[in-house]
Design a protein around this ligand. Structure first.
Ligand code: PGA
Length: 247
C-alpha cells in the first residue's frame, strides 16, 4: 500500500523567536518536496509565531493533557494547542514517559483528547537499551503499542513513531534489519488490532536520523518517514532528510 511519507521535526525544549527564520526556511524546503508531508513540533510558546512563517510545513505540539481543561498547573489541553495553530501533536514520547512518568493509558487518553479536537497524532513507542539487550524489544514494544493505542485509532489521524530510547540523541541507530523487524511487527499488530486500515497507518522511525542515514532508513520496508530531533533544528540538516523521504 502506498503511504505518503511523513517527516516531522521534534524541537523538544528548543526554540525562541530568534529561530523563526529556521522554521520559515524549513517551510520553504517542505514546499519543494510536496510528495512528503513535513512538519515541526515546536514548544507551545512558539506555535502561534511558527504558524505565521510555516510555509508548506505543518506545526504541531509535543504533548497535550488527556483532560479537556481544569486544575492541572503547567499542562496544556488539546484545544489550547489547536487554538494556537497546531494541527498535530506528539504523544507518549519516551522523554515524557521517563521524565513525567506517563503511562500507556495516559498516552492513549492524550491521543483521544487530541483527536477530539481534530488534531492529528504521532504516538511514540520504543524500548530502552536494557530491554533491547535482554532480547525482549519486540514483545516490549508490541505490548506498549497495544496499551497506548486508543480505541478507534485510524490511519487518517494517527501515526506511530518507533523510537528506540537508546538511539535518541545518541548517534546510534539500529541495524536496518532490526528496524525492518520492528516495523514489520508493528505493522502486523496494527492490522490485527484495527484491520485493513492498519496497512494505511504510517510508522515513522525516530532516533538519530540524520542527513547521512535518512535515505537508508526510509528505504526499509514499513518505514513511512521519520521523527527527527537534533537534525530538525536547522534547515541545513533537516532539508536533506525531507529530500531523502521524497526520493
Ligand atoms: P534525535 O531525537 O533525532 O535527536 O535522536 C529523536 C526524537 O527524540 O524524537
Amino acid at each position: 500500500m502506498a503511504r505518503r511519507k511523513l517527516v516531522v521535526g521534534n524541537w523538544k525544549m528548543n526554540g525562541l523567536r530568534a529561530h523563526l527564520p529556521q522554521i520559515a526556511a524549513i517551510g520553504e524546503e517542505a514546499a519543494a518536496y510536496p510528495s512528503v508531508e513535513t512538519g515541526l513540533c515546536v514548544p507551545a510558546t512558539l506555535i502561534t509565531m511558527a504558524n505565521e512563517v510555516k510555509g508548506a510545513a505543518f506545526i504541531g505540539g509535543q504533548d497535550c493533557h488527556a483532560k479537556g481543561n481544569g486544575a492541572h498547573t503547567g499542562c496544556l489541553a488539546a484545544d489550547m494547542l489547536k487554538e494556537a495553530g497546531a494541527t498535530w501533536v506528539i504523544v507518549g514520547h519516551s522523554e515524557r514517559r521517563a521524565d513525567q512518568g506517563e503511562t500507556d493509558s495516559d498516552v492513549a487518553g492524550k491521543a483521544l483528547a487530541a483527536h477530539a479536537q481534530g488534531l492529528k497524532v504521532i504516538l511514540c513507542v520504543g524500548e530502552s537499551l536494557e530491554i533491547r539487550d535482554s532480547g525482549e524489544a519486540l514483545s516490549f514494544v508490541l505490548a506498549q503499542l497495544e496499551a497506548s493505542l486508543p480505541e478507534g485509532a485510524a490511519s487518517d489521524w494517527l501515526s506511530i513513531a518507533y523510537e528506540p530510547v537508546w538511539c535518541i540523541g545518541t548517534g546510534r541507530i539500529p541495524t536496518m534489519d532490526q528496524i525492518a523487524d520492528m516495523h514489520g511487527s508493528i505493522r502486523n499488530a496494527l492490522v490485527q488490532r484495527i484491520g485493513d486500515d492498519g496497512n494505511a497507518m504510517r510508522i515513522l522511525y525516530g532516533g538519530s536520523v540524520n542527513a547521512a542515514n535518512a535515505a537508508e532508513v526510509f528505504a526499509v520496508a514499513d518505514v513511512d518517514g521519520g521523527l527527527v530531533g537534533g537534525a530538525s533544528l536547522k534547515v541545513e540538516s533537516f532539508g536533506p532528510i525531507i529530500a531523502a523521504a521524497a526520493a
